[in-house]
Design a protein around this ligand. Structure first.
Ligand code: SF4
Length: 160
């Protein structure tokens, strides 16, 4: 079975992220899809939401992600989880309409300085429309604690 993350193999922010002083992997966690939990069983931790728990990798308690190497690069870049691959793009569930909402996260300096091309963002959104997310997982993901400096860029669905 192909991983959802593999469908976004064209997403490569490495040139945008190199030399970033605010390395997101030192600040944030990445929620795992259900299909990713087994692969990262040993390195993941629990994130609680009012709809249930999720598993995540990345930073917590001020400690950088264990996969971050000494040069500030991801040691598992080619097989990083989908949440890592897509951020600063995020997909949330709209509890009012059942739609999926695509956001850009303004906590990424490349977003706030306009260094991510509209073409790449549009390609990501197009591919996201083809992905079937587990709705229960997406609801929990939406409720996972997050700074939420988000700007909506697209929505599609509804999912119900
Ligand atoms: S797995 Fe890689 S991309 Fe994801 S938070 Fe860790 S170092 Fe960053």
């Amino acid at each position: 079975m192909s991983r959802k993350s593999d469908k976004f193999a064209f997403v490569n922010f490495s040139s945008i992220c190199s030399n970033c002083g605010e390395n997101c992997c030192k600040r944030f966690y990445a929620v795992l899809l259900p299909e990713e939990e087994g692969e990262f069983r040993e390195s993941s931790f629990e994130v609680s939401t009012r709809f249930g728990n999720l598993r995540a990798v990345g930073s917590r308690g001020g400690i950088p992600c264990q996969y971050l190497d000494g040069e500030g690069l991801c040691a598992i870049y080619s097989r990083r989880p989908l949440d890592c691959r897509l951020w600063p793009v995020m997909v949330y569930y709209d509890f009012n309409t059942g739609e999926k909402i695509v956001y850009l996260d303004l906590d990424c300096p490349a977003v706030s300085s306009g260094r991510i091309s509209r073409e790449l963002i549009d390609d990501i959104v197009s591919r996201l429309k083809e992905i079937e997310f587990d709705e229960e997982w997406l609801k929990k993901y939406t409720l996972a604690p997050w700074p939420n400096h988000l700007v909506e860029i697209a929505r599609f669905g509804p999912t119900k």
